[in-house]
Design a protein around this ligand. Structure first.
Ligand SMILES: Nc1ncnc2c1ncn2[C@@H]1O[C@H](COP(=O)(O)OP(=O)(O)O)[C@@H](O)[C@H]1O
Ligand SMILES: [Mg+2]
Length: 185
């Protein structure tokens, strides 16, 4: 059972391979509805209908070399195993949106894991891609946007180790506050 944050990393790496310049990631914790929702949206090259119909087939890839990756089929399966659902929509030349929902309290729901590590890993290798991250609960939310950090840093690359550490701590802290607020911890 892989942490969901690793699935998110994998899905966002698809976005990077698709040439995305902006990737938006949202996590919605809705225990009142017994739902955990994850959405990843990008402005990459998108997929045509034919490709889109194949991508949740576990044996399909357009890659020549398959390295370690969880892929769309496994993400879909992880969601469906918890009574949740999976949806992918894509427009060639515009981008792609992947949405998965999980039964929040379902015994087979993997833990979310460290989203701060996923975000920092993405930024580390792709400091020029804009990453937007949002976490939502029933009554509160927080947002993180690398574009805002870049403006403050005035030319210091986002993948400087000190910056990455600050981003990680910042996201962890925002998440902690959000969950404390909601008595989810
Ligand atoms: N965000 C995306 N934008 C464009 N194409 C995508 C995106 N996500 C997935 N794809 C296409 O779907 C294929 C399958 O993705 P995936 O299941 O993650 O396996 P893999 O990344 O190992 O090929 C990719 O090879 C790619 O062609
Ligand atoms: Mg992949």
């Amino acid at each position: 059972m892989e942490d969901l944050s690793l699935h998110v990393l994998d899905i966002a790496q698809n976005s990077l391979r698709a040439g995305a310049k902006v990737i938006s990631i949202e996590i919605r914790r809705l225990p009142g509805k017994d739902l955990l929702e994850i959405e990843v949206e990008d402005d990459g090259c998108g997929m045509d209908r034919d490709l889109l119909s194949k991508v949740t087939d576990p044996f399909f890839t357009t890659r020549k070399t398959r390295s370690v990756g969880l892929g769309l089929p496994l993400f879909k399966m992880a969601a469906e195993m918890t009574g949740g659902s999976f949806d992918i929509s894509s427009t060639p030349g515009k981008g792609t949106r992947v949405k998965a929902s999980f039964g929040f309290t379902h015994i087979d729901r993997p833990p979310l894991g460290s989203m701060s590590e996923t975000i920092v890993t993405l930024i580390q290798g792709n400091p020029d891609v804009r990453i937007r991250y949002r976490e939502v609960t029933e009554n509160a939310s927080f947002e993180f946007d690398t574009q805002e950090i870049s403006q403050i840093l005035q030319g210091v690359p986002l993948n400087e180790p000190e910056v990455l550490q600050w981003i990680k701590d910042h996201i962890d802290q925002c998440e902690q506050e959000l969950l404390n607020n909601e008595h989810l911890l």
